[in-house]
Design a protein around this ligand. Structure first.
Ligand SMILES: [Zn+2]
Ligand SMILES: [Zn+2]
Length: 77
């Protein structure tokens, strides 16, 4: 079974944690690389700052959030 690993800042999908953390992320405000989203795959992802729900991590992280310190929604685990 293939597992998927997602970046918590941009929602990009990788097949391994090492390839995820090796690649650079344009949306990470704290560093230059993708960072692992440690929650499980879900049908809906909730922003931990405002509670908005999105059907994918990429659409959640793409949209701006007025309550988030980074100005983008951040996924709850
Ligand atoms: Zn990323
Ligand atoms: Zn939000």
């Amino acid at each position: 079974m293939m597992a998927n690993f997602y970046c918590k800042w941009c929602g990009n999908k990788y097949s391994s944690v090492s390839s995820l953390t090796m690649n650079s992320c344009s949306r990470n405000p704290e560093g230059k690389k993708h960072e692992l989203y440690e929650g499980s795959e879900k049908p809906q992802y909730t922003c931990k700052c405002c509670g908005n729900k999105y059907s994918s991590l990429s659409s959640l992280t793409m949209n701006s959030c007025s309550k988030s310190p980074t100005k983008k929604h951040q996924p709850a685990l």
